[in-house]
Design a protein around this ligand. Structure first.
Ligand code: GDP
Ligand code: MG
Length: 213
């Protein structure tokens, strides 16, 4: 059986708030994480595009909600999914008043946007117990709906040795790890996205009696 992959990905628009966002006519995956966690790199890696999400920190652009439309191909079927790149938190160089406005808009988007089906929280594998990330996880757990899922994806796994990787897996059993450097781990993220949104079952089927391997 083939692996799911994204065959089309296109930037659609940037928004400041839920009010000027796209209509809620497609299932959405939101990506959130601290600035510099590797969010843009992960979006580029998942979509196999070099510069779909700008990896360079362009102040201004990075404070907006960015929408991308993607199309998966899996088992001969096409599956459209919208990716939403949220501003990184913990950024500097933003005036206090702008920060307040931005946060209000963002909080409203995260909590009230009906089309969100999956929250992908990117965390740096080197700092798995960062308080700000624990706070974000606790925050999302307060309002997450039954039709929504929350997934932790650790980036920069290439920076950890085997012992550290084992410990991370023990501490965060439901998490996925990726490396944008090695381009690894994306397959599991794709499967989580398609199983959450379209109910596709990726668990290997048990072999029937007498069936060849
Ligand atoms: N070693 C390593 N570096 C990474 C990885 N992901 C991102 N980076 C680097 O981390 C920095 C920030 O990445 P970027 O995608 O712009 O982060 P963003 O601010 O969250 O969008 C860049 O220098 C990337 O090359 C990874 O998985 N492994
Ligand atoms: Mg970025």
């Amino acid at each position: 059986m083939s692996s799911p992959r994204i065959v089309e990905a296109e930037f659609i628009k940037s928004a400041q708030s839920i009010a000027d966002s796209l209509p809620e006519d497609m299932s959405e995956v939101v990506f959130l994480g601290r600035s510099n966690v590797g969010k843009s790199s992960t979006l580029n890696g998942l979509t196999q595009r070099k510069n779909l999400a700008k990896s360079s920190a362009t102040p201004g652009k990075t404070q907006l909600i960015n929408f991308f439309e993607t199309r998966y191909l899996y088992d001969g079927q096409s599956y459209p999914v919208r990716f939403v790149d949220l501003p990184g938190f913990g950024y500097a160089k933003v005036s206090k008043s702008l920060k307040e406005v931005w946060q209000r808009n963002l909080v409203e988007f995260i909590e009230q946007r009906v089309s969100i089906r999956l929250y992908i929280h990117l965390r740096d594998a080197r700092h798995p117990h960062a308080k700000i990330d624990d706070d974000v996880e606790a925050y999302i757990s307060e309002f997450i709906r039954p039709d929504q899922r929350y997934l932790t994806v650790f980036t920069k796994i290439d920076k950890l040795n085997q012992k550290e990787r084992n410990k991370l897996k023990r501490d965060f059993p439901g998490s996925i790890t990726v490396s944008n450097l090695k381009k690894s781990g994306f397959d599991r993220v794709h499967k989580e996205i398609l199983s959450t949104i379209f109910g596709i079952d990726f668990t290997p089927k048990p072999k029937k009696e007498g069936e060849e391997a």
